[in-house]
Design a protein around this ligand. Sequence first.
Ligand SMILES: Cc1cc2nc3c(=O)[nH]c(=O)nc-3n(C[C@H](O)[C@H](O)[C@H](O)COP(=O)(O)OP(=O)(O)OC[C@H]3O[C@@H](n4cnc5c(N)ncnc54)[C@H](O)[C@@H]3O)c2cc1C
Length: 602
Amino acid sequence: MKQQTTEILVIGGGSTGTGVAWDAALRGFQVILVEKRDLTHGTTGRYHGLLHSGGRYVVKDPRSAEECIRENRILRHTHAHCIEDTGGFFVVTPEDEGDYPDRFQEACARVGIPCTEIPVAEALRHEPLLNPRASRVFAVPDATADSFLATHATAQAARLAGAQIQVYHEVVALLVEGGEGARRVTGARVRDLIRDEEVIIHADMVINAAGAWAGQVAQLAGIPVHVIPGKGTMVAMNHRMVNTVLNRCKMPADGDIIVPIHTVAVLGTTDEKVSDPEHLRIEPWEVQLMLEEGEKLVPGISQARVLRAWAGVRPLYQEGFQGESRDVTRALTLLDHQQRDGVAGFLTITGGKWTTFRLMAEVTVDKACEQLGTRRPCTTAETPVPGVQQGHYWLGHRLSEVEEHHLQGELICECELVTRAMLEQAAAHNPTFTLDDLRRDVRLGMGPCQGGFCTYRAAAILHERSVTGKDDAQARPGDADAWDVAYIQSPAHQQTLPPPARLEGFQPNLLLRDFLQERWKGLVPILWGQQLKQERLDALIYLHLMNVDHLPVDGEASPLTDFYHLDPAQIGAEPGQPQASLAEGQALNERAGKEKNQEGQP
Ligand SMILES: Cc1cc2nc3c(=O)[nH]c(=O)nc-3n(C[C@H](O)[C@H](O)[C@H](O)COP(=O)(O)OP(=O)(O)OC[C@H]3O[C@@H](n4cnc5c(N)ncnc54)[C@H](O)[C@@H]3O)c2cc1C
């Protein structure tokens, strides 16, 4: 069995884990990070997209608000190109009566969050679709962030500092030595899902950054950590109806934020306790509620086309807490298992926000230093990640590059302006195994057609690479040369890079089928109106013309196949039953969509 040794082993490749790996590597530690799927497979890839100013939590959870505003200021420098400086409004709609706005303003002043009340007329000049019946508007430094890019950029920064980032490596056991009272975690047994082999990783310190799965990982060492998994559902509208992050000015509740992200507007979110972070089912009422609440901020928004619904799970933690997940603190929690459970060599970092991932890493590695008997200062607050010189991103950056460099003929995904070179570059220089990984890298298939026109093109390009066998630059996890993320979302930059290699591992039919199935998952809950028509067209292309559900895959399954088979986000069935396939679900949802349409409601 393959053996590796390191000083620090990090479990989890979300924002927190990659932040820890980056911080620890910068402090000169040997670091290995293992992630069971692709980076951002967990909550980090399924969040609302906000770089919080702290305003949302300032009344209810001031500690979390303080963490947010401090990190907001830092990330604008260290991760500038992953952030769009949209600003944020807290809006008092006719439904938001009471003294909350004044308490909000006072609390912002106490915590140090810049907050300026602006005339409603001025707010309407910035946001013409904002509810004109709003009575007060407060401007705060909220922004939006691309967590796929930010996490990849942090991972690349960690690699440049010497860390190894191993994706598709799942921790299946923790190595624990010593008897009662003197127990110590000394590493982990890890399954390499691509090569189908086990690896033992010995480590002086193991850091559990597995987000909503942190309780399951701690349990591998027999330690009870009761993470409170709060599921949040979000829906993306096909236009970016707003340019500013819009929050209702009231105590946080369901569906009270609209976030402009790249070309879309995202409404969210709910907060429902779930039993398992891997198995998420989006209920019709959640979608309905998002649209109804969205109307209060932007009247008419629910009439637009809904592109997709998805859910993430908050890794919340509060020792001994029993109530609703919305009432759990959003502040970060570091569990020192030596002090708490008498198990040395093991820390769990959980809670917090995407916005506070750098701070979470800092306090974790500080504690690791203390336990390893060394003092090494944290430098992440002053160290920019690769690509930062591009400055904040802006809505038109891809379009302007595509037009300026005459790349229209090279487009593979017209919705998201992904060029052939971007795709090939990402496949060659990132550890990529499925088309869904490429989606996270370059936004393939994330627009209105949800992969209708780009999936077959992308699969064909990868097939072309595999038959021509240009695999000299083939990306493998652990390759020092792999990963080039600084300009990963910049079409123009990708033109000049060397020819890429083929995707490792899976055959194109399987990649195609898995990606369609994955896109389908997010369409199931919102099939009506324009998006139903789109899906009908996509079904004609893939099921009727290409016969895609019968393409031979030689009995192969990818980690993504496994993921969707396990997911009970199906229609009409109870959790535990298999998910409806694209073909079965298509029929069911056409009927459901028609019925809803006839009733005149989404
Ligand atoms: C609906 C919703 C909206 C949100 N909106 C915002 C927002 O707008 N702004 C904001 O700042 N925050 C937001 N958050 C919070 C934020 O998204 C999370 O706090 C943050 O992404 C958590 O990151 P993480 O790295 O701790 O966890 P994750 O991103 O979940 O990472 C944990 C990783 O561990 C991996 N893993 C699990 N088990 C194993 C194993 N056995 N072996 C190897 N790897 C394993 C998982 O695959 C996963 O990738 C939101 C959260 C939710 C749910």
